[in-house]
Write a protein that binds this ligand. Structure first.
Ligand SMILES: [Zn+2]
Ligand SMILES: [Zn+2]
Length: 360
């Protein structure tokens, strides 16, 4: 760590545009100084930052933990190295890079137990550190030292690599369900997260991937990405469909990918004895859900949760994108210039389309 800047104005242009968060409902495009970097830090020229549901929760004032104001939001990004400090080993100007945004302490009990994603002293881009809804973003020394910044394949559009972050969270969550070839997997929700889980289930060899949602257009995309059955829950009962398809047995694994608390009970009821339920989505409000604990008890269900990602989940996500095993391009429905960041947030919040990328 270095307190003294050794590389002030590393790109020699003084100021940059950034979308600065001042409080709920208040994001302003401002000219701010280009971040200084220390000897062990890297400055990244942002190619794209995709908007996350969490950003929207911050903007609505629903999420406040770790959020500073004023600050720059944005934790799903990729770009190229604009400048690298002398001791920021392995990075050179022009390198395409992407970043796992959760910087773990590597020392706490959670880090030592393979749970760096829920590190007690975690710091994250877009929260404790300024994020990437800006022209440039500083990659702090702790992130460089922990290996959070990754070299990426130069042939892929960098906006697709920004989606390694949500995919990494899905890799983390999906891993808790131990899906095996031939399984029946239920994905509740066909938003970006549900569509990524759908592809992971197909890749894992699931024989049936049942995806539910209220949006016909999202369900259509789920079908294109490998869902074997799509269920519009305004027309059909998901439990009925799952029972029909499994001879009344239930799904091997179900994944809750929408933050509606009552869906947890539904997931519990449509999962077979000994099967697994992953509560992937953060649930609305206090997240209180009425669930029959006896269903979990007598039917020996395994119920897990998921929060964020480990660096290795992120590395796996990059590989899945770079090899084409997961199609993230299909999820990018809107590209909005940084100058229209406020509109980009509105668009992302409207539910039209899937992922919105802010492109400086
Ligand atoms: Zn995210
Ligand atoms: Zn830790």
């Amino acid at each position: 760590m270095t307190a003294v800047s050794v590389n002030a104005d590393p790109v020699g242009q003084g100021t940059m545009s950034a979308a600065v968060f001042h409080g709920p409902g208040d994001v302003r495009l401002e000219q701010v100084p280009v971040p200084d970097i220390g000897r062990d830090e890297v400055l990244v020229r942002v190619a794209a930052n995709t908007i996350c549901g969490t950003d929207l929760r911050i903007l609505r004032g629903e999420k406040t933990r770790g959020v500073r104001r004023p600050s720059v939001l944005g934790h799903e990004f990729a770009g190229t190295v604009a400048a690298a400090g002398a001791d920021a080993g392995g990075f050179a100007e022009g390198d395409p890079v992407a970043m796992a945004p959760v910087v773990p302490c590597l020392r706490c009990v959670h880090c030592r137990n393979d749970r760096e994603n829920v590190c007690a002293d975690r710091r994250a881009m877009g929260y404790e550190f300024d994020g990437a809804i800006a022209e440039y973003v500083r990659i702090p020394a702790a992130a460089i030292a922990a290996g959070n910044l990754f070299h990426v394949d130069a042939d892929l559009p960098l906006e697709q690599l920004a989606l390694a972050e949500p995919l990494a969270c899905c890799v983390n969550g999906f891993g808790r369900s131990a899906v095996r070839p031939g399984d029946t997997v239920v994905v509740m929700g066909a938003g970006p997260i549900g569509l990524l889980h759908t592809q992971l289930a197909v890749n894992a060899g699931a024989s049936r991937v049942v995806v539910s949602d209220l949006s016909p257009s999202r369900l259509r995309v789920a079908g294109e990405l490998g869902a074997t059955t799509t269920v519009d829950v305004s027309e059909r009962d998901l439990l009925d469909v799952v029972h029909q398809q499994t001879g009344g047995v239930g799904a091997d694994a179900s994944l809750v990918c929408i933050g509606i608390p009552s869906l947890v009970d539904e997931a519990v009821r449509l999962t077979r004895k000994g099967g697994s339920v992953n509560i992937f989505a953060g649930l609305a409000g206090e997240g209180v859900s009425q669930v029959s604990a006896n269903e979990i008890h007598y039917r020996e269900l395994v119920v897990t949760g998921t929060s964020a990602m480990r660096r290795r989940d992120y590395e796996m996500a990059l590989r899945l994108i770079e090899t084409g095993a997961v199609d993230v391009g299909r999820l990018l429905t809107h590209r909005v210039p940084l100058s229209d960041a406020a509109e980009a947030f509105e668009l992302a919040g409207s539910g039209d389309g899937l992922k919105v990328a802010i492109v400086p």
